[in-house]
Design a protein around this ligand. Sequence first.
Ligand SMILES: NC(=O)c1ccc[n+]([C@@H]2O[C@H](COP(=O)([O-])OP(=O)(O)OC[C@H]3O[C@@H](n4cnc5c(N)ncnc54)[C@H](O)[C@@H]3O)[C@@H](O)[C@H]2O)c1
Length: 316
Amino acid sequence: MESNQKFLERKNVLVTGGAGFIGSHLIESIQSAGSITVVDDFSSGRKENIDTSKIKLIEQDVNSFPEDILKDIDVVFHLAAIASVPKSNEDPLTDFKVNAHATLRLLELIRKNKADITFFYPSTALVHGESNQEKISEETDVKPISFYGLSKYAGEHYVKLYSDIYGLKTKIARFFNVYGPRQHTHVIFDTLQKIASNPKHLSMLGTGKETRDFVFVKDVVSATLAFLDSPSSEKIINVGSGDAIPIEQLVSSILRLCNITDCKVDFSQKSWKGDVMKYRADNSKLNAFFKPAYSLDEGLRETIQWFENSYQKITR
Ligand SMILES: NC(=O)c1ccc[n+]([C@@H]2O[C@H](COP(=O)([O-])OP(=O)(O)OC[C@H]3O[C@@H](n4cnc5c(N)ncnc54)[C@H](O)[C@@H]3O)[C@@H](O)[C@H]2O)c1
């Protein structure tokens, strides 16, 4: 069931991190809103991702934007974050300030100024750390093994407590491995960059046996809107594809879709600290009101097309 976005009609929406990968797709999908305000410091987001004629842009740190911005806001999508395990490992303090402290600040501003705001928080499957369960449900133990997983969990738990203690209207989705056009980092983008510079030889981190649940960004946005629109009383849901794909299979699919047949692929057998071996979402709660529509091949085709249009043609 797709969202008809009734909950957004004539509503004033704030999107933090709106110039980023997921935020910019979200903004494209909520044009039925009364107004859209974006707070972004462009630390990883890009101006070309958003049409500034249609939104009010506040170019500021989410830890210091003026609180009067919230005056007429009805719905907040709080996407601003340092969304990277390696970056959080390099600088855990900044990771905490952006992912956890800024979330607490925003919740506190809402509590003090106006409680009647719907607050959406995108958490991550990485709150679970390494799990030996075949599928990860919302109830699976939370044991982050990266600073990113920990800071996003702190943010998530503040959101939960502001709902429990102050009655804020909140919804949390734990996204799995989101991919698609405008993602300038992570494994799919990195692989395309490497193939574009050398289609004969590809060096990958890890063993290739690690599994991930890759979910296309347009499905993630549709799932988020369907969740906010649904009468579901769930406060936290998983958003994945529900499938586990080994990285070596992902690489084969990318090479096949790029029509490359003679590429030698090496895996380093080593990864970075905080990386996990396997992830697959139990999507049962999500599936009660939304089912992802994109297959991995369909999502990869759109991503490859975007990469070739925005960066570099991949020679065959
Ligand atoms: N991409 C994924 O696979 C994934 C998975 C789970 C959760 N998430 C969550 O989804 C959200 C969006 O992630 P994304 O992949 O689009 O990342 P992204 O890096 O593309 O977007 C983050 C945006 O936040 C902005 N930002 C960062 N720090 C800021 C600050 N201090 N003040 C103002 N703006 C700031 C960046 O400029 C960027 O536009 C994040 O909260 C992330 O934790 C993403």
